[in-house]
Structure formats: C-alpha cells, structure tokens
Design a protein around this ligand. Structure first.
Ligand code: NAD
Ligand code: UD1
Length: 338
C-alpha cells in the first residue's frame, strides 16, 4: 500500500516515514525543502535500507501537485505534514502562512478527489485548544486559536469536516499533537531548526552542546507547581507510531479527531533537570518575563487514541532527553548539508 507523505523530510515526517516502512507500507515523500534538507532523506534511506522515492514538489503549485498523483496512480492514502509551523513568524507574516498552509492543503485535497484517493491523516496541533478551560484536555474541549499559524490548523480541520460531509468517501484523521521532542535512537535523524530555536527542547540541546550560552526561561510566576509552564512532551518516535495506528484505523468514512500526547505534564525545570542528567552537565539558564501567547499548563487526555487506535506513548521523559542529546551531540550543526 503506497502512502504519500507530504513534508516527509521534516522533523516528524522523517520519523514517520521510518515507522511506516517498518510497518510494511510503501512510501512516497513529497517536499520542497523549505524547512528541511536533502541530508534528512539520505539518512532515512540509510536507516531503512530502502531507496525511498522522493518528489521535489511545492504543494502550493496546483499543476505540480496534480502531476504527482498522475505519476503515482497507486497512492492509497496521504499523510500531510507539509506546512510552516513557527507561531511567532506567522504573526509577522500571516500571508505566508495562509498562502502556504491553506493552498497546499487545498491543492492536495483537490488532486485526491480527482484521482480517487480518500484517506487523509492531518497534522493538527494542541494549539487549537488555546488556553485550556480544563485539564487534561479532551478532544471535545472548546477550541480557540491565537495566531495565524493556529488559525491555519483550525481552518484546515473545518475544511476537512465540510469536504468529508459533502463526499462521504473521505476518511480523515485529525491528529492534534502536543509537544513533540526527542529523536530517532540511532542519532541520525532528529530536529534541526533553522536559526535560534523557538521551542524549549531544541534550545536546551543547543545550550548543552555549547552553541548557545543560556536558556531563557519564560516566566516563573505561572499557577503551576514550580511557577514555570507545564506541557505534555511526547517522543517523536511515539508520535510517528501514532500515525501508523491512525492510518490502520482509517477504515470508515468520516472525520476522527485524536490527541497525541502522553497525558503527563512536565514543567520547564523538570525538562532542564532531566536534560542535565542526559548530557551529564548543568544547563545554564536565565529567568525572563513570560512569552506572549504562552499558557500556564497544557496536557492531553490521550484516552481516545488509546481506546480507538490502540496506541499509547511508551517512551518516558528520560528517553526523550537522552535521544535528543544523542542527536545533538552527534550532529552539533544539525544536518549541516553542504
Ligand atoms: P518541519 O518543518 O520539520 O516539517 C515540515 C515539512 O514540510 C518540511 O520538510 C518542509 O520543507 C515541508 N513543506 C512546508 N511547506 C511545503 C510546501 N508548500 N510544499 C512541500 N513541502 C512543504 O515540521 P514538523 O515539526 O515535522 O511538523 C510537521 C507538521 O506537524 C506541520 O504541519 C506542523 O505544523 C505540525 N505540528 C508540529 C508540531 C511540532 O512541535 N513540531 C506540533 C504540532 C503540529
Ligand atoms: C509552541 C507553540 C504551539 C505549538 C507547539 C508545538 C507558541 C506560543 N506555541 O508551544 O503553538 O503547537 O510549540 O511545537 O510558540 N520555554 C522557555 N524557554 C524557551 C522556549 C520555551 O522557557 O526558550 C517554555 C515556554 O514558555 C513553555 C515551554 O517552555 O512553557 C514549552 O515551550 P515550547 O517548546 O515553545 O512549546 P509551546 O509553547 O508549548
């Protein structure tokens, strides 16, 4: 069974491609390398021992997206990771985010309908819950987005509901990720952000390896056990396996929504201390004011994925930090594609 993985050379996509190949699926990756590097593809091929097919394709290009399906009539399902994801950047460049994330998805869905492909797994985000009304967060919690990035996720979710209602052949899984971290245990693939990382664990990793001086901790006066923000960190390999489970379960028409998280909340200090254990030395930090748009606590009720997809996150925080450190230590400059 051939699965088209858009954004398959990115952070979560590359790990998911390996999980799909492990589960016996065939994979075709489509990416335009706007936020990834050819070295990621080389490493996926090396780790899998397979010459995984790749199409250099900007999904904003309607004709190119159509041509992808025309050239691969055996595509049976699509996992759609391709998109821009930096919340702060989306506030300054909303047009870029609406243009890229919405146009790509529309072109993809249009081609799917034309070529009779109806199984779709979408990368949504816990960002659609905004400041949660209650914890842990269930899938039926009220939705509220605070950035253009978040709005693209919510708009695509709504678009998919409309499309699936109009065309009952569509089978759609909306996966709301909590905070993906960690790396493949081989240390060959992992997260390789451009510039200074926005997110906590890649920032800590770069402090640990000596590329950055100290971690800014944004706020110690939240209503949480130690005053710092609490999040549901999930190992990227668990997340990747969640996609395989979602794909397998996508047998009936309709739209299905799942939180992919562990259900456990850890504070910024919890992460710093666990990372110190992993790398074997202290992480320098400095307290800073709260970051605009941050919430105090956010963690999933993952029971729907457990009960329906028969999937559960297995890797603990120690493993997340060890695997992140293993990748960072082996690749201090990321994929350093030259
Ligand atoms: P990533 O940036 O590493 O991967 C996204 C990939 O999509 C990149 O390889 C990029 O080159 C590609 N891409 C972007 N626009 C494209 C286009 N127009 N045509 C073709 N390829 C394009 O990001 P990631 O962390 O792997 O995230 C994957 C998906 O999951 C994204 O949709 C993101 O919004 C979502 N998500 C990520 C997180 C997270 O913390 N990483 C959390 C929630 C949701
Ligand atoms: C961020 C995005 C969210 C996205 C998620 C997935 C924002 C406001 N939110 O979530 O939309 O779905 O990533 O990746 O960008 N922290 C520090 N110092 C740092 C970085 C982070 O103290 O240098 C703290 C934050 O204040 C937060 C926690 O660490 O309490 C986690 O932050 P981060 O990794 O950026 O993830 P989120 O903010 O949860």
């Amino acid at each position: 069974m051939l699965i088209l993985v858009t954004g398959g050379t990115g952070y979560i996509g590359s790990h998911t491609v390996l999980a799909l190949l492990d589960a016996g699926y065939e994979v075709l990756i489509a990416d335009n390398y706007i936020n990834s590097k050819p070295e990621a593809l080389r490493r996926v091929r090396k780790l899998s021992g397979q010459d995984v097919p790749f199409a250099l394709c900007d999904l904003r290009d309607e004709a190119a997206t159509d041509a992808l399906f025309a050239a691969h009539p055996d595509i049976e399902a699509v996992i759609h990771f391709a998109g821009l994801k930096a919340v702060g950047e989306s506030v300054h460049k909303p047009f870029l985010y609406y243009d890229n994330n919405l146009k790509s998805t529309l072109n993809l869905l249009n081609a799917m309908q034309k070529y009779g492909v109806h199984a779709f797994v979408f990368s949504s985000s816990a960002t659609v819950y905004g400041d949660p009304v209650s914890l842990p967060i269930r899938e039926d919690a009220p939705l509220h987005v605070a950035s253009p990035y978040g709005r693209t996720k919510l708009m695509i979710e709504e678009m998919l509901r409309d499309i699936a209602q109009a065309d009952p052949a569509f089978r759609v899984s909306l996966l709301r990720y909590f905070n993906p971290v960690g790396a493949h245990p081989s240390g060959l693939i992992g997260e390789d952000p451009n510039g200074i990382p926005n997110n906590l664990m890649p920032f800590i990793a770069q402090v640990a390896v000596g590329k950055l001086d100290r971690l800014p901790i944004y706020g110690d006066d939240y209503d949480t056990p130690d005053g710092t923000g609490v999040r549901d960190y999930i190992h990227v390999c668990d997340l990747a396996e969640g996609h395989v489970a979602a794909l397998k379960a996508l047998t009936a028409p309709g739209v299905y929504t799942f939180n992919l998280g562990t259900g456990l909340g850890y504070s910024v200090f919890d992460i710093v201390h666990e990372y110190e254990r992993a790398c074997g030395h202290p992480i320098a930090y400095a307290m800073k004011p709260r970051r605009a748009g941050d919430v105090a606590s956010c963690y999933a009720d993952p029971s729907q994925a457990r009960d329906t997809l028969h999937w559960e996150a297995k890797r603990d925080l120690a493993q997340m930090c060890e695997d992140s450190w293993n990748f960072q230590r082996n690749n201090p400059d990321g994929y350093n594609d030259d």
